[in-house]
Design a protein around this ligand. Structure first.
Ligand code: ADP
Length: 482
C-alpha cells in the first residue's frame, strides 16, 4: 500500500510541536506493516538544508502565479516530497509566523499551495507515483481533500487527522478568489465557515474519514466545550470519526541509549537517574539539599497548556516541598511571570526560556515527575516520554492525558497498575492537591520506583497505533473501491 501524507511539520526537518513527532515517526512504524508513506512538506529553509540530495519530481509552472518545483528525496529514513516555492517558504521566522511572532499574512496562500500540491500528486502529477490513500494533517494540509473533492480527476480516498482543533486556518472570504476553486466550493459542504474560509472546516467536510489523536479527544470534540465551533459538523460525521492514540519514537526516546543523558539507564537501574537529576540541579541552579520531588514542565507556554496557572501557582507549588524546573517558550506574558517566579524562589524554581530538544530529554531522564496541566490535550506527548523515562506523569484528566496515564488511586495501587497522577479541574486547588499527592507518594521510595517501573512497561510505541492506521487505510480504500 502506498500512502501520500501531507503535513506542515516533520521531525527532524521542522518542528514546533507534537505534529512533527507524529509525522516523523508514523511512516517508520507503518513500514513494518508493509505500508510505504511519502510525505509532502513545504520547502522551508530548514527543510531545504536537510534535503542535501534530491531529484526533481515535477515542475509547477504558474503555480498560484508563482514558480515552484516539486522535489523528492530521503531524510532520516523518510521518503519526502518537498514543495520548493521560495516566494512562499524561503523566509525568516517560524513555519507560521515572522520573527516578531506575527502570523505570515499570506498563510492562506502558503498552505493552500501545499494542499493543492498534495491534491495534484494524489491525482497523478508524479510519474509512477499513485497513492492508494492520502493522509493529511491539521489545517495546513486540510485543503487537499477540498481540492480533490472539487476536481474532476479520479482521486484516492482521504483521511484527515486533527492534532489540535484549536488551530483551524480561518481566513477572510476575500481570499476565496485566490484559491482556484469553483464557486460552489464556498458552501456549507465546502470551505464556507461562518462567512469566512475555514481550511480545517473544509477538510473535515470533504475527507473520506477523520481521525484525532486519542479516543477521549474524539469524544470531547463532539461537544461545544472542546469542539471550538466545529462540533456540529463533527457530529454529522461521527460515523467516520476515529480516535487513534499517538505513539512515540522509541528509538529517539530511549533512556538506554539517549545521548542527551548524563547517565543511561533502564527500569532495573533506576538509581542511575540520580546522575541526570544532579545534572539538572546544576543546570537550573537548584538547591541540591532539598528532599522533595523534582517536578518538570516541558511545554509551549500557552493557556491551553495551563501555563498561566503554573505561573500563578508556582510559589504555592514549591511551598508544598517540591522543586520545579520549566522549559518552554510562548506567550510573552507567561514567560515574564515564570521568570519572576523563578527569581522569587531561587534554588527552588528554575526556568529555561526557549526551545531545547536536548534539555527536554535530560529533564525526562532526571526529573522525578512531569507536570502536564492542560485545559485540553488532543493526545500529548510529554507524558508518554515521561512514562518511557520513569518520569512520573502528573496530568489533567482530559483528552489523551486521560487515556494514557493510570491514576494512582486506591484500586490502581492495590492492583499495581498505577503509572502516574490525574487531576480533574485545571485550577489552583486541584493542582496543589495533586502536588500533595505526589509529595506523599515520593516519601516511599519503593512504591515510587514501582510506579516508575510500571510506567516504563507501558507500551507507548507506535506499534498498536500504526496497526490501527493500517487497518483504517485498508477499510477506506476498500470502501472507495466498492
Ligand atoms: P503540542 O504539540 O500541543 O505542543 P505535545 O505534547 O503533543 O504538545 O508535543 C510537544 C512536543 O514538543 C514534545 O515533543 C515536547 O517535548 C516538545 N517541546 C515543547 N516545548 C519544548 C521546548 N521548550 N523545548 C524542547 N521541546 C519542547
Amino acid at each position: 500500500m502506498q500512502v501520500l501524507a501531507v503535513a506542515s511539520e516533520v521531525f527532524p526537518l521542522v518542528k514546533t510541536g507534537g505534529l512533527a513527532d507524529v509525522t516523523g515517526a508514523l511512516p517508520l512504524a507503518l513500514a513494518r506493516h508493509g505500508i510505504s508513506v511519502r510525505t509532502l512538506l513545504p520547502g522551508y529553509p530548514s527543510v531545504m538544508s536537510h534535503l542535501k540530495k534530491h531529484k526533481s519530481a515535477a515542475r509547477l509552472d504558474d503555480f498560484f502565479g508563482l514558480s515552484a518545483r516539486l522535489l523528492s528525496g530521503k531524510v532520516a529514513g523518510l521518503d519526502l516530497f518537498v514543495l520548493d516555492c521560495p516566494a512562499l517558504f524561503d523566509r525568516e521566522g517560524g513555519p507560521y509566523s515572522d520573527i516578531s511572532g506575527a502570523d505570515h499574512s499570506d498563510n492562506w496562500l502558503r498552505f493552500a499551495a501545499l494542499s493543492k500540491a498534495g491534491a495534484l500528486i494524489a491525482s497523478g502529477l508524479v510519474a509512477r507515483f499513485r497513492p492508494d490513500i492520502v493522509h493529511v494533517h491539521d489545517w495546513q494540509a486540510a485543503m487537499t481533500p477540498v481540492y480533490l473533492r472539487f476536481s474532476d480527476d479520479l482521486s484516492p480516498p482521504s483521511l484527515i487527522t486533527i492534532h489540535n482543533i484549536a488551530f483551524q486556518g480561518q481566513f477572510a472570504p476575500i481570499h476565496f478568489a485566490g484559491l482556484g476553486l469553483p464557486e460552489r466550493a464556498f458552501a456549507l459542504d465546502g470551505i464556507e465557515y461562518y462567512g469566512d474560509i475555514g481550511f480545517l472546516k473544509g477538510g473535515l467536510a470533504t475527507a473520506t474519514a477523520i481521525t484525532t489523536v486519542s479516543p477521549t479527544y474524539a469524544q470531547e470534540i463532539c461537544g461545544s466545550e472542546f469542539g471550538m465551533g466545529l462540533e456540529g459538523l463533527i457530529n454529522t460525521r461521527s460515523d467516520d470519526l476515529y480516535g487513534i492514540t499517538n505513539g512515540i519514537d522509541t528509538v529517539q526516546w530511549d533512556p538506554v541509549n539517549d545521548p542527551a543523558l548524563a547517565a543511561n539507564y533502564r527500569s532495573t537501574t533506576l538509581k542511575r537517574r540520580r546522575t541526570n537529576r544532579q545534572a539538572l540541579i546544576e543546570r537550573f541552579g537548584l538547591d541540591a539539599s532539598l528532599p522533595g520531588p523534582l517536578l518538570s514542565v516541558i511545554s509551549r507556554l500557552t493557556w491551553q497548556k495551563g501555563m498561566d496557572l503554573i505561573a500563578e501557582t508556582a510559589d504555592a507549588i514549591v511551598a508544598e516541598g517540591v522543586s520545579l524546573i520549566i522549559l518552554g517558550a510562548g506567550d510573552p506574558e507567561i514567560e515574564v511571570r515564570l521568570a519572576q517566579a523563578a527569581a522569587r524562589n531561587p534554588g527552588r524554581i528554575g526556568f529555561f526560556k526557549g526551545y531545547n530538544e536536548e534539555l527536554s530529554h535530560l529533564m525526562q531522564g532526571g526529573a522525578d515527575a512531569i507536570l502536564v496541566p492542560s485545559r485540553f490535550e488532543p493526545c500529548g506527548l510529554t507524558q508518554l516520554y515521561g512514562l518511557r523515562y520513569g518520569c512520573v506523569p502528573v496530568v489533567a484528566r482530559t483528552g489523551g492525558l486521560a487515556d494514557t496515564v493510570i491514576d494512582a488511586n486506591e484500586a490502581a495501587l492495590s492492583a499495581g497498575v498505577a503509572t502516574g497522577f490525574q487531576f480533574s479541574a485545571v485550577n489552583r486547588a486541584s493542582l496543589l492537591h495533586a502536588t500533595r499527592r505526589v509529595c506523599e507518594a515520593f516519601r516511599s521510595p519503593t512504591s515510587w520506583a514501582r510506579m516508575q517501573r510500571q510506567g516504563m512497561k507501558a507500551d507507548v510505541s507506535w506499534e498498536r497505533s500504526a496497526a490501527r492506521y493500517a487497518h483504517l487505510y485498508a477499510k477506506l480504500i476498500e470502501k472507495n473501491g466498492s
